[in-house]
Ligand binder design. Sequence first.
Ligand SMILES: C[S@@+](CC[C@H](N)C(=O)[O-])C[C@H]1O[C@@H](n2cnc3c(N)ncnc32)[C@H](O)[C@@H]1O
Length: 274
Amino acid sequence: MSMQSLELDPIKAKARAMWAFGDYDRVSTAVVGGLGPSLVAASGIGTGDRVLDVAAGSGNASIPAATVGASVTATDLTPELLQIGSQRSAGLGLDIAWAEADAEHLPYIDSEFDAVLSCVGVMFAPFHQPVADELVRVCRPGGTIALINWTPSGFIGQLFAAMKPFAAAPPAGASPGPLWGDEAHVRSLFGDSVSHLTAERRTLAVDTFASASDFRDFFAAYYGPTIAAYRNVVDDPERTAALDAAIIDVAQAHGADSGHMEWEYLLVVARRSA
Ligand SMILES: C[S@@+](CC[C@H](N)C(=O)[O-])C[C@H]1O[C@@H](n2cnc3c(N)ncnc32)[C@H](O)[C@@H]1O
């Protein structure tokens, strides 16, 4: 894979470094791997469609999109994840273009794609309106925008709420990521630039963790935002213990000790207005 390296401002450079901590690909494949195929199925894309996957990571949605015959461009801030995806897609004989790109400034011309997807991806860019505007701009009139985002009240939304007191302050003016899982917020971001918007709350069944502490150990080892929160309090044993407890509490409240969890997300499918 040959990619141009992006010049990033300090906010995006920090985000990129965070998503390279641990092993997000392991989270994607072992825990949330069902979301990409669900998004592709809901989007209705098929053979020959030009598809852009934004904040694609290692290709959770890009790979199933290419498998159904779409012509896929997978973009993300984090080259380490793109590299993993590139190797995986090559091994599967899939021809996907992998490229570094910031969701707030997509390097594509207006109307370049038939469909624009993002699977728990664009919700992590700090400024929502520029992202929504970019998703619309690069999608052709009548094309599809399809998104999966964690909801504020679901497990991952609540995990972020629990980690917030321990994490570094977000950039000034940033909006919380899980707001992308709120239908009214998404409708107001897109306004009348889309039509036929449907939003459905669904849950992902997660049977990966034997207990709340098993979940905490896995996320503390592999999930960038959780690793970053621990690094932020590394010199303070009391705050580290409080972060441990906060994560265990929220995981227990969502049934982790039963070995079965349901993680709520919002699936949005819309058509770009003419
Ligand atoms: C939770 S991961 C999801 C990755 C993939 N879509 C999946 O389903 O596995 C979030 C992704 O958003 C990317 N990301 C965060 N901020 C971004 C931005 N401003 N522009 C593009 N990608 C971004 C991260 O690098 C990371 O790969």
